[in-house]
Design a binder for this molecule. Structure first.
Ligand code: OXD
Length: 309
C-alpha cells in the first residue's frame, strides 16, 4: 500500500517516523512539487495542491489532517466521488474545552480587571460570577465542541446549542432549524461559533444575528474566519450591541499587520491555536482506520460531500 503525506508542514519527517512505526507495511512518501506520479492508494492531506489529483488519479480516499474540510472542498480539481475522512476529535476536543473554559472564565470572573488591579497593587474583590446571567450557546455542536459544552454545564452555566439536526445531550437545550434560531439567540449571552464552513454558513455571524442577542453579549469564534462579517462585528462592538469578542480564526491568516482587530480594546485574539492537530493522536487514528479498511471494515468520519462537512 502506497500512501502520500501532503502537507505544508516544513518538517514532514516527524510525521513519517510515527506513520512508519504505526503501519510499517505501507510505503510512506512525502509529496513535493517535483515528485513523479506514484500510483498512490491513499493520501494524508492538509491544504493539498491541485496537481495532486492530476498526478494521482488512482487515490482511493483522502484523510484530512484536520477537522475542517472547507479548504479541501473548495478545490475545483478535487474528484467528486473521492471519499474524504476528516479527523474525529483526535485530542482536539480536550484542547478546545480548555481554550473555551479559559476564555469564558476570563470574562465571567473579571480577570482583566484583576490584572489591572495587580499593576496598581489594589486588593479588591469584584462581584462574583452569577452563572445564570451568562447563558452559553453553541452555534454548531460537533465532535470538537461537545466536551466543552458538557464541562460548562458541569460548572453550572446554562448551556444550549443550535444545529441543523437536534442533539440529545443531557441538560443541554437543543434548538434546531432556522425557525428556532431567534429563540436560541435570545437565550444566549456567550455565543460560541463552532459551525463548519459551508456556502450556507459563510457570513452567518453578521449584524442581523448580533442584534438578536441580549445586550452585552460576547462572541467567541473558533469556527472559521469566513463565518464572520468583520465590519458588522466592529460596528456591534462600537455600538455596544456586543460587549466583547474572542477570535481564534480569521478570513486571512496570519492576520495582516494593519488589521483593526489587532488593537481593538474589545477584541481578544489568538492565532488559530484553540485546537491544533496533534501528531501522535492523529497518526493513531488514521493508521487504525487504514488497518480497518485493509480488513474490509467500514470506518467513521467520512465527509458528506452534499452537506459539505
Ligand atoms: C481544523 C483546524 O480544521 O485546526 O482542524 O482548524
Amino acid at each position: 500500500m502506497k500512501i502520500l503525506f501532503v502537507s505544508p508542514d516544513p518538517k514532514p519527517q516527524r510525521w513519517i517516523t510515527l506513520l512508519q512505526a504505526a503501519l510499517p507495511d505501507a510505503q510512506w512518501i512525502v509529496w513535493h512539487a517535483d515528485l513523479p506520479p506514484q500510483q498512490a492508494d491513499y493520501a494524508l492531506v492538509w491544504q493539498p495542491p491541485a496537481e495532486l489529483f492530476e498526478r494521482e488519479p488512482g487515490l482511493k480516499a483522502l484523510f484530512n489532517l484536520g477537522a475542517g474540510v472547507d479548504a479541501l472542498l473548495r478545490l475545483p480539481a478535487l474528484p467528486r466521488t473521492l471519499p474524504i475522512y476528516r479527523l474525529e476529535d483526535a485530542g482536539m476536543s480536550a484542547q478546545m474545552a480548555e481554550y473555551l473554559l479559559h476564555q469564558i472564565a476570563e470574562i465571567t470572573r473579571s480577570m482583566p480587571v484583576y490584572r489591572q488591579q495587580q499593576q496598581q497593587q489594589i486588593w479588591k474583590m469584584q462581584p462574583p460570577c452569577r452563572r445564570h446571567e451568562w447563558p452559553i450557546g453553541f452555534l454548531g455542536l460537533g465532535h470538537i465542541s461537545q466536551k466543552a459544552a458538557r464541562l460548562l454545564q458541569l460548572l453550572e452555566y446554562p448551556v444550549s446549542c443550535w444545529s441543523r439536526s437536534p442533539k440529545q445531550l443531557d441538560g443541554i437545550h437543543s434548538y434546531s432549524d432556522d425557525n428556532e434560531l431567534p429563540a436560541f439567540l435570545k437565550n444566549t449571552r456567550i455565543l460560541i461559533n463552532t459551525l463548519p464552513l459551508t456556502p450556507e454558513t459563510a457570513g452567518c455571524l453578521n449584524q442581523s444575528l448580533f442584534t438578536q442577542l441580549p445586550p452585552n453579549s460576547v462572541l467567541i469564534n473558533v469556527g472559521r474566519g469566513q463565518h464572520l462579517q468583520e465590519q458588522d462585528l466592529l460596528s456591534a462592538l462600537d455600538s455596544g450591541t456586543l460587549q466583547q469578542a474572542v477570535l481564534d480564526v480569521f478570513a486571512t491568516e496570519p492576520l495582516p499587520a494593519e488589521h483593526p482587530f489587532w488593537k481593538h480594546p474589545k477584541i481578544t485574539l489568538t492565532p488559530h491555536m484553540s485546537a491544533p492537530t496533534l501528531r501522535e493522536e492523529t497518526v493513531r487514528q488514521i493508521t487504525d482506520k487504514l488497518k480497518a479498511l485493509a480488513q474490509g471494515l467500514t470506518i467513521t468520519g467520512e465527509v458528506d460531500r452534499q452537506r459539505g462537512y
